[in-house]
Design a protein. Sequence first.
Length: 304
Amino acid sequence: MNEFSSFFSQSYWWLSLLGGLHCIALGLYIRYIYREGNGNHKLLGSIFSLMALYFFTGMLNRDNSPAPIHLLFTLIIPVYFLLMPLLYLYCYRSLHNIRRSIRFSRHFFLALIVAIVVIITSLLSKNFAPGISIIELSNESNMSQISKLGALLPGLLSIQTFIYFILIIRMLKKYRGRMYKAHQESLRDIKFSWLLVLTFAMMANWLIRTVLVILPFYLGDQISELTQAFTRLALLLTIYVLAIYGLQQITRAAYLRGRLTITTNSGTSKNKASTQLLNSEELNYLQHLLKEESKIDKDSNQTS
């Protein structure tokens, strides 16, 4: 039994490492290699970077943590409040084709407020006071306030996630286009499909984590490593699906852009030809009339 537990712990550690490395690599690729003119790739790259942080936290335990594990996880939670605002801004800017530079948005205020509250609570509970030993840090009297805050934040994060999912779905419904057209696809349909798949992928993983981790946490049940490993495995598989689907959509978009360019060029040449005032037959007829007129003038001069 101990051997199985050790094997499972090692597997969980490697799964967290693999997921974190894949997410950070994908985030760096999107941010620095695959670029969009409107800068939205930075938002998408930040989303995958936050997923990488989530995976890397699975490598922490009481033995290798640089600080008390409960305090460390509480300090990390405010960063997760950036995930849904980033997804909302990415969808909003993509659908509205906004090209202005990305600035600090009011959607990030909640994450900033939560971070300030966590830091102040940690300072008041003397978690950062000099000369405090690890044994004293683990004392219930010192950790009571931060423990209550750590228990409150997952619920607040779930409420924020639920609200943003509603806002994103309403936005997608408002700007949805037809997914299939009679003769040709449009780039707007491809963009809408990608945003829809990305949103539902994030929603599915949030529901899995809520049912398997957050609800048992508030109901007082024990959260096993098997449950946490399943949520990370589901998210890792989702990352792979999104990467494959995203590459497919990029290929389709490039094909459509090339076809639209050819159509535009042929249409331009036709327009240039149609903008001529006279065709070749009319020009030949005018030349014939000018020759006849010059001949009549010569005959009249000779007669005179």
